[in-house]
Write a protein that binds this ligand. Structure first.
Ligand SMILES: Cc1cc2nc3c(=O)[nH]c(=O)nc-3n(C[C@H](O)[C@H](O)[C@H](O)COP(=O)(O)OP(=O)(O)OC[C@H]3O[C@@H](n4cnc5c(N)ncnc54)[C@H](O)[C@@H]3O)c2cc1C
Length: 463
């Protein structure tokens, strides 16, 4: 490159973004649901000046699916679609992904050697009679008190009384979050945990029927083919030429509006949509903004180890997914993945296979630990009656995957931290969105993340 060419390139990097205002250059980092929401909007508008960079060689992010050598399909933990967003519903409908199947939630909780329908607090009448009476007293007593809980733990006690909280709700949630509940806020809860209405709390329904209808996911959809990730994979086919895979962003020069990739290449932007982890984003920003970098370090998340078990025999179990509160069991949730679609199992002899998807909080560090964990999981499945000893002979596939980020934790200081970070980033035309970009668990589902990306484009192209 001649010195003149170098000069022109330097000029282009420095000034081109601001000269292109009428058709700003938009970069999207990440091909998960959020990045795809932004891309989908751009594609539908026929907009051309944009590129999506993804560090993996596939789309989907945490919502990706994988086919193993045996032919089983695996998701990264139990994923289902349920959404009130008309735009997202239209997105699902318009795609050529092979159709969706509709299911009714049939979720259960295994606690103190008893199976109770989810949500537990709406179904305590499934407990043995004396236990049911104790729980009822706990809930009724609490209903007459007026508390002002300050954290998740206190909220559980305030809602359900000490007995129900300490015996059932705290152990279950402690296991799922793997973080002290007293250090989690209570502000995200209402749409995620059935709070029991005032009438429920005072009277409690003694109808003794399974209360199935609480929550947005009591009815849900799942792709007929290819697992949950099929939807996002098929979306990317519409704008394949705008996506670059295997391209991790490692530095962002906000003053020059340039992103630099791990392999050394670079690209410039007028507007940047970042859908990875906001903590990574603040760490890769140059010039360094110490205030937001340090603030981001205080954000917390938990991890996930996914263990998929494929069996060469059918299991007759109509449940969709199950929660487990006991510390003795390594898993906190199991999905009957083969129930969602027969195509989640190998193509030959379809009716003769089944698969279980186990979610575990802490990942094994070595192959030896992984084998030991597998042994404990199989033993746990037998103890809960999910499989019999002999079924182990039919185990023909084992899928494992570690997700270092699974849940962004709603800690007590989270909102204050995010209020420090996001406005600063936006001043530089950087929008941190999606599950770990926006970092709000309660706004971290696939549809909500998709819509964050989609709406960001509306805002950018309107301004
Ligand atoms: C166990 C579990 C169960 C869930 N169940 C449901 C459910 O039933 N229903 C539901 O709606 N939602 C569910 N979710 C949430 C769902 O997974 C997320 O909503 C969704 O995947 C978030 O999309 P996203 O695009 O914001 O982020 P992600 O899916 O995390 O995608 C971010 C993408 O950015 C890429 N990236 C990150 N950093 C960089 C970089 N520096 N350079 C280039 N690329 C980068 C990543 O590789 C990734 O592909 C569940 C999540 C978990 C963990």
């Amino acid at each position: 490159m001649t010195s003149r060419e170098k000069e022109v390139k330097r000029f282009a990097i420095k000034f081109l973004p601001s000269m292109k205002r009428t058709s700003p250059r938009i970069l999207i980092i990440g091909a998960g649901p959020c990045g795809i929401g932004a891309a989908w909007n751009l594609h539908q508008r026929g907009y051309r000046n944009w590129t999506l960079y993804e560090q993996n060689n596939h789309a989907g992010g945490l919502s990706a699916s994988f086919r193993d050598k045996t032919g089983f399909i695996w998701d990264l933990g139990g994923h289902v679609f349920f959404s009130r967003s008309v735009t997202f519903q239209r997105f699902l409908k318009d795609l050529p992904h092979g159709g969706l199947t509709r299911h009714q939630r049939n979720a259960w909780i295994f606690t103190h050697q008893t199976w109770i329908p989810y949500p537990l607090q709406n179904n305590i009448h499934f407990l043995p009679q004396t236990e049911y009476q104790r729980c009822l007293r706990s809930i009724r007593r609490q209903a007459s008190l007026k508390g002002s809980p300050e954290n998740f733990y206190d909220w559980l006690i305030d809602r359900f009384g000490r007995y129900v909280a300490d015996r059932y709700m705290v152990p279950l949630n402690q296991k799922m979050w793997s973080y002290p509940l007293r250090r989690l806020s209570k502000d995200w809860i209402e749409t995620r945990i059935s709070p029991l209405s005032q009438t429920d709390r005072q009277e409690h329904h003694c109808s003794r029927i399974h209360n199935r209808h609480w929550g947005g996911n009591h009815d849900f959809f799942y792709p007929l083919h290819g697992g949950i990730g099929q939807v996002f994979r098929s979306a990317t086919r519409s704008f394949q030429s705008h996506i670059v895979y295997d391209r991790p962003v490692r530095r962002i020069f906000s003053n020059r509006k340039t992103v630099v990739f791990q392999n050394g290449g670079r690209d410039y932007y007028d507007e940047l949509i970042f859908t990875g982890d906001v903590r990574d984003l603040t760490a890769m920003l140059s010039p360094v903004n110490i205030k937001i970098k340090n603030a981001a370090k205080r954000l917390k998340s938990n991890s996930l180890f996914v263990l998929g078990l494929g069996f060469s025999q059918k299991r007759c179990d109509q449940r969709t997914w199950m929660y487990f509160s006991s510390k003795r069991l390594p898993f906190y949730r199991i999905t009957n993945l083969s129930n969602y679609s027969v195509n989640n199992t190998p193509p030959k002899r379809r009716q003769g296979y089944s698969s279980l998807l186990l979610e575990i909080r802490s990942a094994p560090a070595t192959k030896r630990q992984e084998n030991a964990l597998l042994g404990r999981c199989l033993k746990g499945l037998i103890n809960c009656g999910l499989i019999k000893e002999v079924d182990q002979d039919h185990l023909i596939s084992i899928f494992t995957r570690t997700c270092s980020n699974a849940y962004p934790l709603p800690t007590l200081s989270r909102d204050r931290i995010l209020d420090t970070i996001h406005p600063q980033l936006q001043k530089s035309h950087i929008y941190a969105l999606g599950r770990f970009g926006a970092f709000r668990y309660e706004a971290g589902n696939m549809d909500v993340c998709f819509m964050q990306g989609f709406r960001a484009i509306n805002r950018i192209l309107r301004s």
